[in-house]
Design a protein around this ligand. Structure first.
Ligand code: FES
Length: 262
């Protein structure tokens, strides 16, 4: 069961160009949250239902839930204005998260804002004693130093190996994160967990298959209701028809997705 509550804003600050990290006190959600799950946040004080938005859970710290978000429209502009001490309506955790227990020597691949659930997965896996590689692909690192500092602060360097790829060459390998994944899988094949833009997910799923690695993808789909009612989040299924990202996902086995129809 998901919980609906008023969550107090403990911090809300920019960590990259147009990207914010908000910390919300929500003990009931923090206790249950799993990497890959999401929460719905209503940022308007009134009853405008359209201003409820889904956000991937970026981490849990004690009784607080962390959400990493990009300002892309009215709802997220309002969210960026939420002040410390303000209360927001939040419900969750929702959806199906990553299966972490069966993943051996996992490699986590995040593209752009897709890093949000994977940093949480890296945190949980290291708490479980698992060593992981967290590969982050970005267009460029300029302005994202505060975000990268949060990874250094939150993730145990003994357990999590961070790797970067940037299209402009400003950090790590110059090029796409899939090149970094290819190198990593060639040295240490392991289960792949990924989230990011669809072309990247498709390329990651293909690489994983070529290396005989199991691959879980967290799908980004437009979600209006978050609870299975609106069908706005339909994803083409390999078995035919569609599945709902908010119910059967957002995390799915990559083999269950019909990538040709994505
Ligand atoms: Fe409405 Fe998935 S978001 S059915």
């Amino acid at each position: 069961m998901s919980a609906s509550l008023r969550a107090k804003v403990l911090a809300n600050r920019p960590v990259g160009p147009g990207v914010y990290l908000i910390t919300l006190k929500a003990p009931a959600i923090a206790a249950k949250a799993r990497p890959g799950q999401f929460v719905m946040l209503r940022v308007s004080p009134g009853a405008e239902p359209l201003l409820a938005r889904p956000f991937s859970i970026h981490g849990v710290e004690g009784e607080s839930v962390l959400v990493l978000y990009q300002v892309v429209g009215r709802g997220t502009r309002l969210l960026a204005q939420a002040a410390e001490g303000q209360e927001l309506v939040m419900w969750g955790p929702l959806g199906r998260g990553f299966e972490l227990s069966g993943a051996s020597r996992p490699v986590l691949v995040g593209g752009g804002m897709g890093i949000a659930p994977l940093a949480f997965a890296a945190q949980r896996l290291s708490e479980m004693g698992q060593e992981t590689s967290l590969l982050y692909g970005m267009a460029g690192a300029k302005g994202f130093e505060p975000l990268m500092e949060t990874f250094d602060a939150r993730l145990d360097p003994e357990k999590v190996t961070l790797g970067y790829a940037s299209e402009d060459g400003s950090i790590g390998l110059k090029g796409l994160v899939t090149a970094l994944l290819k190198e990593t899988l060639a040295q240490k094949p392991g289960a792949v967990l990924t989230c990011g833009p669809t072309p990247m997910l498709k390329a990651v799923a293909t690489l994983a298959r070529e290396h005989g690695a199991k691959c879980q993808v967290s799908l980004e789909a437009p979600m209006a209701c978050g609870v299975g009612a609106c069908l706005g989040c339909a994803i083409p299924a390999a078995a035919g028809g569609y599945v709902r990202a908010c119910q059967e996902g957002p995390v799915m086995d990559a083999e269950l997705v019909d990538w040709g129809r994505m």
